[in-house]
Design a binder for this molecule. Structure first.
Ligand SMILES: *Cc1c(COP(=O)(O)O)cnc(C)c1O
Length: 426
């Protein structure tokens, strides 16, 4: 609220496609998909229609002892497109809750198989998994974590495979191998006290769009298998075509034991999340309700019918339209448009994975700005003036637009960001 004394809030009256419209009729290009949730644009005709059809039929019903068609069909359709081996679905209503469920399932699964001493989680440096206490425990971003540290579980932290941390002469693959070796050493040391490793596959988004080579995921999967540790893939931000494949894990050809989905799951319409699990995890819980083997976890709005119906329509769009091929072409255009920035004196680490692109701002001597300098805020301000919603993470400027963005809009978005650099570094 303090900061909004000088950076007024922008009340939005309506939105359509990639554009938000305020009460003065001013338009803003939503370059960050309203915090990474939107896939196909705002007020999408098919998603609107699906929701209208569901309203008036069934808005919500208790999902204990009762079920409904959109929940059943969505679970079946998610299993059909998920990495092989994920056969079971537990719903919740936001990303953090999905992470809480995955953490509880991982610990409880180990307990069920007679490994109750496995009480630790391994998380990556710079990881982000949400801001409820369990999810925050496995988050390694000081801005969110520091204040609450006394309340949190203490996970083991493995190095990030972040490619921007490469030593001189090191490739992305070298960094991935080095980080995976460190993970394996950590698991060798603590393995029988660890129940799960949680990771954001391919892109650590909140850390500042830190990207890594898919080889890391293959090696992390192998290390987890060696040490009997479950692998939790948090695909909340990178799922649903964002990285170029339906799920990021596919680029490594691996399947996790648990996979968290939210954000794009409902196309950016309604709070909904799901945790997918393997048959082995599911079966270890199969028991009478009152036995401590069974998994008890519910939220009031678990499996909300409106959310499930709109999520089904998201999957229908993926089925009926060449979304991934279109994204591939858009990502190419984004890469071409961004390429000249590679030579900008105050831009470092220009990087891209599918429909996510980012670069870091540096000072005239090539040094990173401190987070506290808040250089990104100047980019925000300039973007708002020019009609583009940009929201840098520290001094990392990134683009994560809805898939309906046009080549012209990509050029406009990048041009405004480029102007923003001048304001930010001066
Ligand atoms: C956003 C996000 C979450 C948390 O989801 P919420 O719905 O905001 O609670 C968890 N993990 C990742 C990778 C995310 O990007």
């Amino acid at each position: 609220m303090h900061d909004h004394e000088t950076l007024p809030m922008v009340p939005i009256r309506s939105a359509s496609g990639a554009w938000l419209v305020d009460y003065d009729g001013k338009r803003y290009l939503d370059a960050i998909s309203s915090w990474w949730v939107n896939l196909f644009g705002h007020a999408h005709p098919r998603l609107d229609a699906a929701l209208r059809e569901q309203i008036g039929r069934l808005e919500h019903v208790i999902l204990a002892g009762f079920t409904h068609q959109p929940a059943i069909e969505l679970a079946e359709r998610l299993v059909a497109i998920a990495p092989k081996g994920l056969t079971r679905v537990q719903y919740a209503d936001n990303g953090s809750s999905a992470v809480e469920i995955a953490l509880k399932l991982a610990f409880h699964h180990c307990r069920n198989r007679g490994d109750a001493q496995r009480t630790k989680f391994v998380a990556l440096a710079g990881g982000y998994h949400g801001e409820t206490l369990g999810a925050l425990s496995v988050t390694d971003i000081p801005l969110y974590r520091e204040t609450y540290a006394p309340l949190l579980l203490t996970p083991l932290t493995a190095p990030s495979p972040d490619t921007t941390a490469a030593q001189p002469g090191e490739t992305a693959l070298d960094v991935a191998v080095r980080a995976a070796d460190a993970l394996d050493a950590l698991l060798a040391e603590h393995g029988d006290s660890v129940c799960a490793l949680i990771i954001e596959p391919l892109v650590q988004c909140a850390a500042g769009m830190r990207m890594h080579d898919a080889e890391y995921l293959r090696r992390a999967r192998a290390a987890c298998d060696r040490h009997r540790v479950l692998l939790i893939a948090d695909e909340i931000a990178v799922g649903f075509g964002r990285t170029g494949t339906m799920f990021a894990c596919a680029q490594a050809g691996i399947a996790p034991d648990l996979m968290c989905l939210s954000k794009g799951l409902s196309g950016g319409y309604l709070p909904l999340s799901a945790v997918l699990a393997t048959e082995a995890v599911y079966q270890s819980f199969y028991d009478e309700y009152t036995k401590l083997r069974a998994f008890l976890h519910s939220h009031s709005y678990t499996g909300n019918a409106l959310g499930c119906r709109v999520a089904l329509e998201v999957l229908n769009i993926f089925r009926d339209e060449p979304v991934l091929a279109r994204n591939h072409a858009l990502a190419q255009h984004l890469a071409t448009t961004l390429a000249p920035l590679r030579h900008h004196a105050q831009v470092r680490h220009l990087r891209q994975t599918g429909m996510i692109a980012a670069f870091d701002l540096v000072d005239a001597d090539g040094r990173a700005f401190a987070w506290s300098e808040r250089r990104g805020l100047r980019v925000v301000r300039h973007g708002l003036e020019r009609g583009v919603l940009l929201r840098p993470l520290g001094s990392t400027v990134y683009f994560m637009p809805p898939y309906c963005i046009t080549p012209d809009e990509i050029e406009f978005m990048v041009e405004v960001a480029r102007e923003g650099i001048a304001h930010a570094v001066s």
